[in-house]
Design a protein. Structure first.
Length: 174
């Protein structure tokens, strides 16, 4: 295999590679670690081509023990990998994105992008319980326009009611 040729092909993003979802780049990096820098660069370039989401977004990423489970019996990707992929997208397309990882506690993830953000999310907290309610309470204080929680929904505590429109809710005209 000509490694230099593979590196060039990854960076060229030909043949529909610009439509690849970030978790596919993460999966490829898991199988071919020697190409992770090129995969990261290609992923970042693809994200820059997407429409931007204005205003401030807070993303809560579940980093509990249950997120270590594979997505399916045939997958090497975990729920945590998929969640990190969503965080990468949020950081890439949001005008302002603050990303928090939560488990038994909730911590803000450093402002990384791409594969470095994946690593930061995975190591931000110990994989313990799922205190989603506490995490929502922590991040509800700073001003933001939207709150997105990425979780397998195995919360161990009560989640507060939304303070605005929740996913699936519609504004009713008087």
């Amino acid at each position: 295999m000509d490694a230099q040729l593979v590196r060039k092909a990854i960076l060229a993003r030909k043949g529909g590679a610009d439509k690849i979802l970030p978790f596919r780049y993460l999966a490829a990096a898991g199988y071919a670690k020697q190409f992770e820098p090129q995969l990261d660069t290609a992923m970042q370039a693809a994200l820059k081509e997407l429409p931007q989401l204005t205003s401030t977004t807070i993303l809560l990423v579940d980093n509990s023990g249950s997120m270590a489970a594979p997505l399916s019996r045939k997958s090497d990707m975990t729920h945590a990998d998929a969640a990190a992929g969503v965080a990468i997208v949020a950081r890439g397309v949001c005008e302002s994105a603050r990303i928090f990882a939560f488990s038994d506690n909730c911590v803000e993830v450093p402002p990384r992008t791409g594969m470095a953000l994946r690593d930061a999310v995975h190591t931000a907290t110990r994989m313990g319980g799922t205190q989603l309610g506490a995490a929502v309470t922590v991040v509800s204080k700073p001003p933001h326009d939207r709150l997105i929680a990425i979780t397998d929904e195995q919360s161990a505590d009560r989640v507060p009611e939304p303070k605005g429109l929740a996913h699936g809710q519609r504004r009713v005209q008087p």
